[in-house]
Write a protein that binds this ligand. Sequence first.
Ligand code: PLP
Length: 386
Amino acid sequence: MRVVYVDNNATTMVPPEVFEAMKPFLQDQYGNPSSMHAFGGKIHKNIDSARESVADLLGVSDPREIIFTSCGTESDNTAIMSTLRSYPDKKHIITTKVEHPAVLNLCKYLETTGYRVTYLNVDNEGMMDLSELKSSIDEDTALISIMYANNETGVIFPVEEIAEIARTRKVVVHIDAVQAVGKIPFKLTKLPVDLLSLSGHKLHAPKGVGALYVRKGTRFTPFLIGGHQEHSRRGGTENIASIVGLGAACRLAGKSIEEEKVRIKNLRDKLENTLLQDVPRARLNGNKENRLPNTSNIGFEFIEGEAILLMLDEKGIAASSGSACTSGSLSPSHVLRAMGIPFTFVQGSIRFSLSRYNNESDINYIIKHLPPVIERLRGISPYRAS
Ligand code: PLP
């Protein structure tokens, strides 16, 4: 059966170029880069060159500002915990209501240990209010941790302004850019943040590798305490193959990011506009303009997202729902709830997230198969409008 994969905000495929770059380090080049002997030690240069490739994509002039981690979650946790440990007298954190659990759940945990957390609101298009950010900062604020782009809706936050506010008020700022890196071009020369997280598997590198950018001069306390790896900022023998894969993925992304963001946006818009036009009682979740080019989150009223996903799955279409199924009960998306999306739409929200490996034929396939699925489900929905 044909597979149309449009769940790239969940994870992405490893293309052959990335896999080929990794292969030697999964086979014969298995030495430990910290070893005295050349068999291991020579591998260090491959880590250095991967670090340069990540730095290049982010517009970072000194690659030593990049620390390799195991995933986006570790990068986020490191950024937050490092800052809090570096400023032990400050007990206030500012974040938003729509962050990924990697930030949100850590903040909730920190509240149980004596920290105060401000969760900024978003409007019904998922946009935040900078004046609320400004008025939330006080003498006790240790950190502002805000995402670049939302994983569910693709909505992009005004990170330049956030960085500027943080700098003016002398507060450390961390940006979770896990969904932005590789999808939209940006350079840290023009974005004066202190810390920034990314995750390999969201940009066609393998799972199990991430990176944290730490601007020179930022106070840093390691999160994983161990050996001297990563200039003593992250203990643990390096995951060489995946680090090399991340370097290769960054080089590939950098080559085509400008053209691909236009091509992918055109495909996304065709999908979105056709569905919104052809399917009654469907709405877009998130600001139409200020969004990642690959993401579309559409709510279909009066049906369950999970039912839509199961029926799409039968057609080989892999998408994702806006709500997560936890311990047997349907818990609606915290992002869509924070946006105040009516409950009847939240439950039936589907996220389509494209990549540079999608083409027009994928979009035509979804456009052909999705409307009849919605019609069938509406026919049997107990909640349908009279
Ligand atoms: N932050 C955002 C915005 C994400 O979308 C994700 C993953 O979906 C993460 C952090 C966590 O990344 P990882 O899966 O690499 O731990």
